[in-house]
Design a protein around this ligand. Structure first.
Ligand SMILES: Cc1cc2nc3c(=O)[nH]c(=O)nc-3n(C[C@H](O)[C@H](O)[C@H](O)COP(=O)(O)OP(=O)(O)OC[C@H]3O[C@@H](n4cnc5c(N)ncnc54)[C@H](O)[C@@H]3O)c2cc1C
Length: 410
């Protein structure tokens, strides 16, 4: 089964690559091999079904990994503009996050599928087309699937990473590429909750609090985010935590989350407030001490964690040093990171094929006919449309450069 271009994976980057390759060289046949029964299943799950397809403010700080993602995105503008040309109305919220006006991810997937159909892209979908082996050759490559072997002149690996295996991505292709000699950066879940010591979460399960949260390693603040912090019985979560999760890759075993649960007040103001509450509420039980600041469950949690006393004791018995400890806890509650959440709850993969394995056109430095795009590469973006924008732009670049190379070699 001879093809001009084969794309492994019909996700966001694979569909962008297919469109870009066909636009660059309409005469080439482009085939997408997708292991799921349809292309783009993950796209339907993005942005809680609304598809946060891009962000209007892209800078190098939003991307992490061994490639200059922001530069590549500047040079490959597949994204909001192109969707508009396909007739999709979009809007951005106050954080620059771009969504389709329909608020439906299906709108985006339909547009991509229709564009592929117009351009004549071939989709082969289902378990029979799951790629289980890759053999690069001098002027092309072949791939193994349960339904047989396909050979091609240009191969684009767009098979994603390990995140969200329920959408077809379990890292198979990264493993195959590693066996072929590709270097990979350390892999761990990103855009995901972080695990902490369960004993520190007793009483916090289900609590959501607005605050400021920092990732700290050996006293150094690595990054600070603001937003809603969510607690489960084993993880700290919320978009602000998602944006810190990639740091686990580099700081495993040395990472702590430090939460300021009342950024509106400085420590001095908070301490004065607590002293005034001791006076005013002296005859009430301890569990009432900070109910003017927080809901009941977090109030009890904070007082218990700071003082370790029965909640039935009177507020008047609180010592000055206990007040200072409570203020310190509210301003800097620490949760040592003990692990990452499972791949099922991660939205992206930190790590992947290392940037040193590709040139500026996303062509392999090891095998000339092989190209890469999307999450298979060692790039991860922040939460907020950055990962899909990387998928579109890297897909555009890989599709174009692969098509140009195959066209020239014909
Ligand atoms: C729940 C959820 C919500 C998200 N929301 C957002 C959001 O709103 N905004 C945002 O920017 N990002 C979001 N992301 C991240 C974003 O979806 C991904 O970064 C992006 O889809 C990656 O695109 P990709 O093409 O590299 O990989 P994928 O979209 O993962 O596509 C890879 C494809 O390859 C196929 N495949 C894998 N292995 C094989 C094989 N061996 N043979 C054949 N096919 C194979 C898979 O089935 C899959 O279809 C979200 C992710 C999740 C899980």
């Amino acid at each position: 089964m001879d093809k001009d271009i084969i794309i492994i994976g019909g996700g966001a980057s694979g569909l962008a690559a297919a469109i870009s390759a066909k636009k660059t060289a309409p005469e080439l046949n482009v085939t997408v091999l997708e292991r799921c029964d349809r292309v783009g299943k993950k796209i339907l799950a993005t942005g809680n079904g609304r598809c946060n397809l891009s962000n209007r403010s892209i800078s190098p700080e939003n991307y992490h990994g061994s490639l200059d993602a922001a530069k590549l995105i500047r040079e490959n503008s597949f994204g909001e503009e192109l969707f508009r040309l396909m007739g999709i109305m979009t809007y951005a919220d106050d954080r620059g996050r771009v969504y389709p006006h329909s608020e439906s991810a299906a709108t985006i997937l339909n547009a991509l599928r229709q564009r592929c159909e117009e351009l004549g892209v071939e989709f082969l979908c289902g378990a029979d087309y799951c790629v289980t082996g890759i053999a690069p050759r001098k002027n092309g490559a072949s791939v193994k699937t349960p339904s047989g072997e396909f050979s091609c002149r240009g191969l684009i690996a767009a098979a994603g990473g390990y995140a969200s295996p329920q959408h077809g991505t379990d890292g198979t292709v990264i493993k195959i590429l590693r066996e072929l000699g590709y270097k990979t950066a350390k892999i761990c879940p990103a855009v995901a909750p972080l695990k902490t010591d369960q004993s520190l979460l007793k009483g916090l399960k289900g609590v959501r609090m607005k605050g400021r949260i920092s990732a700290v390693s050996q006293g150094e603040i690595l990054r600070t985010e603001e937003g809603e912090i969510q607690f489960t019985d084993s993880t700290v979560s919320g978009i602000c935590v998602f944006n810190l999760a990639y740091l686990y890759q580099q700081y495993e075993g040395r990472l702590t989350l430090r939460a300021d649960l009342l950024p509106e007040m400085d420590k001095r103001q908070l301490t004065d407030y607590l002293f005034s509450m001791r006076k005013r509420k002296g005859s009430f039980p301890l569990e009432e001490l900070v109910t003017g600041l927080f809901a009941k469950n977090p109030s009890v949690y904070l007082v218990k964690r700071a003082m370790g006393r029965p909640m039935t004791e009177k507020i008047s018995t609180v010592t000055d040093s206990e007040i200072r400890s409570l203020a310190a806890l509210i301003k800097a509650a620490e949760f040592p990171v003990t692990g990452c959440a499972p791949w099922q709850s991660a939205q992206a993969t930190c790590g992947g094929i290392h940037g040193s394995c590709v040139d500026g056109e996303l062509r392999s430095r090891l095998h000339r006919a092989v190209f890469f795009c999307g999450e298979v590469l060692d790039v991860v973006g922040d939460c907020g449309g950055y990962n899909l924008q990387w998928a579109w732009s890297s897909g555009e670049a890989a599709g174009r450069s692969c098509a140009l190379q195959v066209k020239e070699g014909r």
